[in-house]
Ligand binder design. Structure first.
Ligand code: GRF
Length: 289
């Protein structure tokens, strides 16, 4: 895959145009610092992250992929353990002229009868069970065999959408910078082993945090520690229940995941020199967030 270098002169920051519809926090100069500006006017807030002066290297990032590669329709494998509402939204984005230039070619699950697996079967998407339940372990796929199957299908990206098992290191190594996960709270807080489902929302409420929202991040060998690619802010209301907060966050997850999958399928991800991935704006290719 071709790779081109992006120079600092190509990075522009929209000083007078706060973005209300960005995929993720946008970068813009604010009194000599870079600030995060979140998408909704209701939820907008700013957070200083680092001095602008230290963000002026000659080479700031690399963009993967040639123009042909950007146009090629990508093959996606989605991993689920439950109802699969994020998977359904991604699939809907792929079909019928949706915003995603890709196709879901494989559904991987550890629960063969879950809602996500049922939806896949009824839409003609092959379902692979991994890992197999212990009672069927004699014919379980090994992690290397899983990688082989994904390669046979020509999978470009692996999308975790409510998959509760740790991804084997063999898979992480075979798909570097090609595996994404969605987490229902703002990382790096409220993540890690055991923080899933309603437990996440209970932890957010117990902390007193005023904002929550989905995080989409690249996957490494640990739970929820990979590089953050996109976030969306959801306001926490004083008398929220975990269920109410979960519902509002899930609504944002559906929008954010489809937007991010559209970006990865068009090769619009760049890696800043310090290892932070950014999304290149579709409307203005000189903007990154
Ligand atoms: C979502 O909240 C996601 O953030 C988390 O698991 C949940 C999956 O929901 N990782 P669904 O199966 O997509 O409805």
């Amino acid at each position: 895959m071709a790779s081109r270098v992006l120079f600092s002169s190509q990075l522009t920051f929209p000083a007078n145009r706060p973005r209300e519809t960005s995929i993720a926090p946008s970068l813009r100069p604010y009194r000599n610092v870079l600030s995060f500006s979140f998408r909704s006017s209701v939820d907008r807030f700013a957070m200083r992250i680092r001095p602008l002066a230290s963000f002026a290297p000659t080479v700031v990032a690399e963009v993967d992929g040639s123009r042909d590669e950007a146009r090629r329709r990508k093959k996606l494998a989605v991993f689920v353990s439950g109802g699969g509402s994020n998977f359904k939204k991604i699939h809907e984005g792929c079909i019928g002229g949706g915003s995603v230039n890709g196709d879901v070619v494989l559904l991987v699950t550890n629960k063969k009868d879950c809602g996500g697996a049922e939806y896949a079967r009824s839409n003609g998407i092959p379902v692979l069970v991994f890992p197999k339940p212990q009672r069927e372990s004699s014919d379980a796929l090994s992690p290397t065999e899983l990688v082989d199957v994904l390669r046979e299908y020509g999978v470009d990206f692996v999308l975790l959408a409510g998959y509760l098992k740790l991804i084997p290191v063999e898979l992480v190594k075979a798909f570097p910078k090609r595996i994404l996960n969605i987490h229902p709270a703002l990382l790096p807080a409220f993540g890690g082993k055991g923080l899933y489902g309603m437990r996440v929302h209970k932890a957010v409420l117990a902390s007193g945090a005023r904002y929550s929202g989905p995080t989409i991040h690249f996957v490494d060998e640990e739970y929820d520690t990979g590089r953050i690619l996109a976030q969306s802010a959801v306001r926490v209301i004083a008398n929220d229940t975990p269920e109410e907060l979960a519902k509002r966050v899930l609504h944002e997850e559906h929008k954010l995941y489809v937007e991010v999958v559209a970006a990865i399928c068009e090769e619009r991800i760049i890696w800043r020199e310090d290892g932070v991935p950014l999304i290149q704006s579709k409307d203005n290719p000189d903007e990154y967030y």
